[in-house]
Design a binder for this molecule. Sequence first.
Ligand code: PLP
Length: 395
Amino acid sequence: MKLSARVSRISLSSTAAVLAAATRLKDEGHDVVDFGPGEPDFPTPENIKQAAVQAIQSNFTKYTATEGISELKEAIIDRHAQEFHTAYRPDQVLVTVGGKHGIFNLVSALIEADDEVVVPIPYWVTFKDVVHYCGGRCVFVRTLEEDNFRVRSDQIESVLTGKTRLIILNSPNNPSGAVMSESELQKIAETARERKIFILTDECYSHFVYGGRRPFSLASLGRAFYDHLVVVGSLSKTYAMTGWRVGYCLGPPDLIKSMLKIQSHCTSNTSSISQRAAVEALRGPQDSVREMLQEYSRRRDFIVTALNTIPGVHCNWPDGAFYVYPNVVAVLKESAIPTTADLCVRLLQDAHVAVVPGEAFGTQDHIRISYATSQEQLAMGAERIRKFLGKTGQS
Ligand code: PLP
């Protein structure tokens, strides 16, 4: 079948592929430890669910304004102001069908053939594919494991050209968990502003930072930066609402208007019911966010410690999100397994543990493990990995 060049440039999300393979095994009755999904294992908090029930019962079940209901836009503005001392107006907000949709709208509105987009490695898969879909060129910047995968401002500056249109930042990062320092982020923002380059700052994991760090938004740097900054936020991870599909973008009014145009011909508004639930999430008690953070912090301590006792595995301490990104190159060298993609297939088939290969995120030596799963599953999965690698090392 002849398909568009656009769609031929992209592939099915590899994290979705792992999810599908793990689901197949589970459906066959196997007991799979699933470290694949990037989603909280916590239920959506009760007050949020009740707001949705209320929306249905009061027949709030029709189309809404494409950009989202004013009540929600105001709630997003107020929460952001409270947490990050920002000052956005309603014409600078677009409510989207999850953060991913916001990224798609933004890149579609901004990027055309041969525009360059700076993307640090390791990257979340969607960044690369959305840029390619829109005809842009990714200029990759490889972060270093010894820098704990934090991208440095000098690395970004060294690849900027007259064609650079957009820099994509994602702190806390998926897959590495890296959290950039405020000073380094400021340097990048200043350079981008001077050179009139846009920054997409994906802050979907902003609430999940550990070791006493405080959540940070690039928009906290002040209004002087707003003209070239688009914050992508999401309720998916913060409030355990992945299925509800609510995200948002904060950016310059003209750009938001263009993104709205695209959205008006594509998804229209996100679900009216989810929007009411989102208002409750943002305006209601925030205890559940704090509780999840504490639990993730405990799990991070457990899994990093456990992985570092497995011969051939080296795992950095991530400062945020809910992923670890251990280096397994020593395992590959000692076994007959050529790549991390092959290793992940074997781990799933032979040990029934689902993890995502580093190739999906632009690196060759790592695997991504999500610790958004119970302590019991973490312990069982780590033990299965230890046993499996112990056997492959001897083969
Ligand atoms: N950004 C990053 C870095 C992510 O990891 C994800 C989801 O995994 C998203 C954005 C999108 O999440 P959602 O579309 O559910 O808001």
